[in-house]
Design a protein around this ligand. Structure first.
Ligand code: COS
Length: 393
């Protein structure tokens, strides 16, 4: 179904063309690898690689990385891509999203040499990256991380563990955040590119989650990386992480929007078919009230998502921390409610394993947690709003 917002001046013709092309590609060229048959167990990793390979070969990953110096993210393109892919299949979206998030620090802060080495294979869909920030004892509180990066000759020796790492176990390289020994809080954190075959780097555990995605805990045990692995400057890591999240949090909102729109599509089909008390389910006002609220919530989410994306695209030097946090918070929380209502409209069928709305119910949950929980987004928004008040803005 056509995105109802695409006609707005928030978008350019290139976005409208992308939306039409990707919609057709997802429908015709990815459909054979959709669904739980391809997403479970040992097939999961291969399916992710295949999705990325197909998207890359078709040119749909060009927006994921900033290969050339001076390039800027087209956040509206990233968001439209995630919305469309998520509406088709959560794993399509996941695989697409990780190509951008996993290389985000290199795109935004990497040297020309780093961009030329690592980004073209990711854009081509031949390599998979990962973003390794969280730790067992440092999720929301990034400044509590304990992984260390100790100077060793001309390089750095990394020690510690990272967890909840998407693409963990299948990525070719990881952006790992680690701190100088003795440093605390946001200070002394740096970002490093760690290739998966570096001695001392290992996958400690693959983690199974309610909606199957490649996820792992990784470990660094005297893992020696060269000076060329450092992204940006020493000690810049906290800002690198936050500015990467500022871009990609908006796209999480877009993914939630896609999952929510799919739930509304499914619910609309259901209420037109289902007979209850001798009438179509759609004819009850209680049903219409649910549909009205679902549609309203989704369009409100879309406006917040594309407001943040538009602002980042048009005013790249202005911070979008507040707008990105609002988009992620509202769109993920709303999609959860919309999907829950869709399950309700399906009744018993809604909780049958692998039915579309049951899959959506599992898919949406993690989005309210990863890349900053809903609670953290509220803190981020409040800090920005109160800061503006104190500054007299
Ligand atoms: N862009 C640039 N700089 C930023 C920034 C941003 N969006 N947010 C914070 N900073 C800077 C601050 O300006 C501050 O700099 P100074 O020390 O020079 O003043 C520094 O970073 C520390 O900021 P702050 O004091 O706000 O840090 P906190 O430790 O209080 O943490 C939160 C702030 C909670 C917002 C942060 O830890 C966070 O986003 N947590 C969620 C992490 C997350 O998303 N995890 C998921 C991992 S990916 S799946």
């Amino acid at each position: 179904m056509q995105n109802p917002l695409l006609d707005l001046p928030l978008f350019e013709d290139s976005h409208r063309k992308l939306a039409a092309d990707l919609e057709s590609f997802a429908r015709n060229d990815l459909a054979d690898i959709a669904g739980s048959d391809c997403h479970e167990g040992s097939k999961l990793d291969a399916t992710c690689r295949e999705i990325v390979a197909r998207l890359g070969a078709a040119g749909f990953l060009t927006a994921s990385c900033l290969v050339k110096e001076g390039d800027r993210f087209d956040v509206r393109r990233l968001c439209l891509s995630r919305e469309i892919l998520a509406r088709h299949d959560g794993l399509f979206d996941f695989a697409f999203a990780m190509q951008g998030l996993g290389t985000g620090p290199i795109s935004l802060f990497g040297s020309n040499a780093q961009r030329q080495k690592y980004l073209p294979p990711v854009v081509a869909g031949q390599q998979l990256p990962a973003f390794a920030l969280s730790e067992p004892g440092a999720g929301s509180d990034v400044g509590a991380m304990t992984t260390t990066a100790t100077r060793d000759g001309s390089g750095y020796r990394l020690n510690g563990a990272k967890t909840w790492i998407s693409n963990g176990g299948i990525a070719d390289q990881y952006v790992v955040f680690a701190r100088a020994p003795g440093s605390t809080g946001a200070q002394g954190i740096s970002a490093f590119i760690v290739e998966a075959d570096t001695p001392g780097f290992s996958i400690a555990e693959r983690i199974r989650v309610i909606a199957p995605h490649p996820l792992a805990t990784i470990a660094m045990d005297d893992c020696l990386v060269p000076e060329a692995a450092l992204i940006g400057a020493e000690g810049q890591g906290f800002a690198i992480a936050m500015q990467t999240l500022d871009v990609f949090r908006t796209t999480v909102g877009a993914a939630a929007l896609g999952l929510g729109r799919r739930a509304l599509d499914e619910a609309l089909g259901r209420i037109h078919e289902r007979q209850v008390f001798g009438k179509a389910l759609k004819s009850f006002q209680i049903t219409q009230s649910k549909i009205g609220e679902m549609a309203l919530g989704l369009d409100a989410s879309a406006l917040l998502v594309y407001r943040a994306a538009w602002k980042k695209d048009m005013r790249s030097s202005d911070p979008i921390t507040r707008e990105a946090a609002m988009a992620k918070l509202f769109a993920t929380e709303t999609a959860q409610k919309v999907i829950d209502e869709a399950v309700q409209l399906f009744g018993g069928m809604g909780v049958v394993s692998d039915q579309p709305v049951e899959v959506l119910y599992r898919e949406i949950r993690a989005l309210r947690i990863y890349e900053g929980t809903s609670e953290i987004q509220k803190l981020v928004i409040a800090k920005d709003v109160m800061g503006a008040y104190s500054a007299g803005a």
